[in-house]
Design a binder for this molecule. Structure first.
Ligand code: SN0
Length: 316
């Protein structure tokens, strides 16, 4: 594996999953692999789990880590070719990516979508510019359309928590007050439609995700019907893909409550975090035994470590 920007970069998902499970048992088994190697983490947007778990994963492999919050600490980066840079941008992606490639052996990039320009977002304009101009492997720390490190950690969590061979996994839209990316949901759908689970999606009309990521997954617009007998309920808000970036704030009945969880098969509650309490999910669920959000967050480290190790082994 050279880059890690979606499940499509992973030649063997089962093997990567096994590696993550093995690393979870013995996190320091591969600690010589990252010696004298540097990971650069570049953030255009806020982060808690991604930043700390990826740093922890790199440290477990003896890598050095450099973190840049590009928006607040770096120069404003120009992405367009041939522009006269007499406006707000100070440094071109060609030089920025070229320089970072000399200081680091692997770089991670977090770049959220605009949620106003669908075409730019869904063409992964920013991430692809880094891929184009980087001389080292690039991993996504959540891009405009996908969050593969999160989805990989979610897969690890489901595999370790499941009670039956092929559990029912439901991705449910949940209420929110801001326009949020579709990335976590797109990515979860992409990984789940590729996993040995019975996967369905439930969302209000007008909030169907892009077909390119759901791969024909059944979408049910009645949440109660979808939740019936679920083993895992993955809640997430996303703004509309069809009416791009638009939100609805009149759908509080989609909040995950104990009443909703009672429809499931003693189901587990999942969310990528950060989660807004009593908007997306009620305290009674998040504070209950059903919630496995902290286990998901814990698995972020092992997902990142398996990805970094795989890239290091292939000789960065
Ligand atoms: C991000 C998202 O993609 O939805 C990151 C999730 C890992 N979440 C948010 O931006 C939440 C912000 C909020 O206002 O609650």
């Amino acid at each position: 594996m050279k880059n890690f920007t979606s499940i499509k970069d992973v030649p063997d998902v089962k093997a990567l999953l096994q590696l993550a499970q093995e690393i979870k048992k013995q996190p320091y088994n591969y600690k010589s692999y990252g010696e004298n190697k540097t990971l650069g983490l570049l953030f255009f947007n806020p982060s808690l789990r991604t930043r700390m778990s990826t740093q922890k994963a790199a440290q477990n492999l003896s890598m050095q880590v450099m973190v840049m919050n590009l928006n607040s600490d770096g120069w404003q980066i120009e992405l367009e070719d041939g522009t006269v840079m007499n406006q707000g941008t100070q440094e071109h992606i060609k030089e920025a990516a070229g320089v970072i490639s000399q200081y680091c052996d692997i770089m991670g990039v977090r770049t959220f979508p605009s949620l106003t320009d669908k075409e730019a977002d869904y063409s992964e304009k920013v991430l692809n510019k880094f891929l184009e101009h980087s001389l080292i492997p690039v991993i996504s720390l959540e891009s405009a359309t996908l969050h593969p490190l999160q989805s990989f950690a979610d897969l690890i969590t489901i595999v370790e928590q499941k009670k039956i061979a092929k559990p029912k996994v439901v991705l449910s839209w949940a209420p929110h007050v801001r326009s949020l990316p579709q990335a976590v949901s797109n990515s979860f759908a992409q990984w789940m439609s590729n996993a040995d689970v019975d996967f369905i999606i439930t969302n209000p009309e007008g909030f169907d995700l892009a077909d390119e990521f759901t791969n024909g997954t059944k979408v049910i617009h009645d949440q109660d019907e979808a939740l019936a007998n679920a083993d895992f309920v993955y809640a997430k808000n996303w703004s509309s893909y069809e009416d791009y970036g638009k939100i609805r704030t009149d759908l509080n009945q989609w909040q995950i409550t104990n009443k909703k969880m009672a429809l499931t098969n003693d189901g587990k509650f999942m969310h990528c975090l950060p989660v807004r309490r009593n908007l997306v999910v009620a305290d009674e669920v998040l504070d209950s035994e059903a919630s496995i959000v902290l286990q998901q967050a814990n698995n972020r480290t092992y997902a990142a470590q398996a990805v970094l190790l795989n890239i290091l082994r292939n000789g960065s």
